[in-house]
Design a protein around this ligand. Structure first.
Ligand SMILES: *Cc1c(COP(=O)(O)O)cnc(C)c1O
Length: 457
């Protein structure tokens, strides 16, 4: 069929009928790369529909599944799929203009979004750079920190201190501050910038709404932090970390006192504190931003993932007036970054609507309900022989196994119980949409339990 025929009949089902889900998967294989997967890796599932908290999927063998979404499409679809308010924001903006360059031009969606972000962010974060993905926002944050140190007359401060177990994205500078062993350093040894790393801060556990950690372990960790910064301060531009919850590096919850110490030590030594809230921002950990667990205000903060409610790729870097002022007063004056699709109006319009929705839907209540549901629904998994730990924080639930997860087998078993999960390493975890019902959460808990029990015992 000529291409034009499809394009001129966008409402027709012709394109749907031209292929079955199984043949779609066959066409995908060997053609498209999927995240961190070989071209001839495990077959993906075809998505037939996504609505609310439900995914309609088909496997390569033709089996169809109706599944509760336990992943929010990697932390992003917090309001569920096809939300009417987000659909409307997107279509309304498409009816005006979909994209214009941001060099020399501005528009309502970008300005509105930046105003809302500054309103919501910890007090003191006053300026916004809109980036096209989380990784790029981290690149921009690191670049800004380097430009700040340059502006302060400290050109030798070019390195960063990061945490073991951290994850900050896949571009080169971002990879450099990811965990040096579990990250991708080994594949690109001479290309990735060599940064400094602290051990993971001591683990914390949620007890009666408080994050509790071992005080002696925390004191020892702070000692290492202070000593490392004292030894390297003249070469360090900043400290980079995911506040409270390390996501892709291991779904690890740590002591707020460690974050507070990082803030204090950074300030005392002329380092910027860069908090990567790309996974944790907008309520996921139970506070609007995870830094609030330690009442910390970073100098630079990155947000992404759920920023557009999972509709489009967009991230933002926010910084304090003090940081921006130094750059503006420096000979460079500008922040040296400017992607082609910077501040894409469609993405900004949906992000603005998603932030409105967070407030109007009452995210605190939603996240609290999901969190209580997850704690109850995942608790039985702690009794399985293969399970080492079960933990929750906000709308995040983690089942940690003693050994690596058989990812294809657990994924398939969970789907047979009506749940979509995407485990990694030794972790089967969930961060469901905030709009998940009590039944959805119970189904997620039961599905994860059944899948782990069946595959790993
Ligand atoms: C996902 C993630 C990133 C990278 O974001 P992309 O949009 O995938 O580039 C960076 N930091 C953290 C904490 C993340 O979870």
């Amino acid at each position: 069929m000529p291409r034009g025929a499809l394009l001129s009949h966008p409402e027709s089902a012709v394109s749907e009928q031209a292929t079955t889900p199984a043949s779609l998967i066959a066409r995908d294989r060997g053609l498209l790369w999927h995240p961190y997967s070989p071209l001839d890796g495990d077959a993906p599932f075809a998505v037939n529909a996504a609505e609310g908290t439900r995914l309609s999927l088909t496997a390569a063998d033709g089996t169809a599944f109706e599944a509760v979404d336990a992943m929010s499409s990697w932390w992003s679809a917090i309001h569920g799929y096809r939300h009417p308010a987000l659909d409307r924001a997107l279509l309304d903006q498409a009816g005006r203009f979909s994209h214009v360059m941001f060099g020399g031009l501005t528009h309502e969606p970008a300005v509105h979004l930046a105003e809302r972000l500054v309103d919501l962010a910890p007090e003191g974060l006053a300026h916004v750079f809109l980036a096209d993905s989380g990784s790029i926002s981290v690149e921009v944050a690191l670049k800004l920190a380097l430009q700040y140190q340059l502006g302060m007359g400290r050109p030798r401060r070019t390195r960063f201190l990061a945490l073991r177990g951290g994850y900050h994205g896949d571009t080169f500078a971002a990879m450099g501050v990811c965990d040096p062993v579990d990250g991708m350093h080994a594949a690109f040894p001479s290309v990735i910038p060599q940064q400094l790393f602290l051990p993971r801060p001591p683990a914390a556990r949620l007890v009666d709404g408080e994050l509790v950690a071992d005080a002696a372990e925390v004191a020892a960790w702070i000692g290492i932090l202070e000593e490392t910064v004292a030894r390297h301060r003249d070469e360090l531009a900043g400290i980079v970390l995911e506040p409270i919850l390390q996501g892709a590096g291991g779904m690890y919850i740590y002591a707020p006192a460690a974050l507070a110490a990082a803030r204090r030590v950074a300030s005392d030594n002329g380092l910027l504190l860069i908090c990567d809230e790309i996974a944790t921002g907008f309520g996921r950990t139970g506070t609007l931003f995870a830094v609030e667990w330690a009442a910390v205000v970073p100098d630079i903060m990155c947000v992404g993932k759920s920023l557009t409610g999972g509709y489009l790729t967009l991230a933002a870097m926010l910084c304090s007036a003090a940081v921006a002022d130094v750059v503006t007063a420096s000979p460079l004056r500008s922040l040296l970054h400017g992607p082609t699709f910077m501040a894409n109006p469609l993405a900004c319009a949906v992000a603005g609507a998603s932030l409105e929705l967070l407030a109007s839907a009452g995210w605190q209540g939603q996240v609290a309900r999901v969190g209580e549901g997850l704690a109850a629904a995942l608790a039985p998994a702690a009794g399985l022989a293969s399970v080492r730990d079960v933990r929750t924080l906000g709308a995040v639930g983690v089942v940690e196994l003693s050994g690596p997860v058989d990812v294809p087998a657990v994924t398939r078993a969970a789907l047979e119980h009506g749940v979509w999960v995407r485990p990694f390493r030794n972790l089967v975890y969930t961060m469901p949409p905030y709009v998940s019902t009590a039944e959805d959460i119970a189904a997620i808990g039961a599905g994860i339990h059944a899948a782990v029990a069946r595959v790993h015992g």
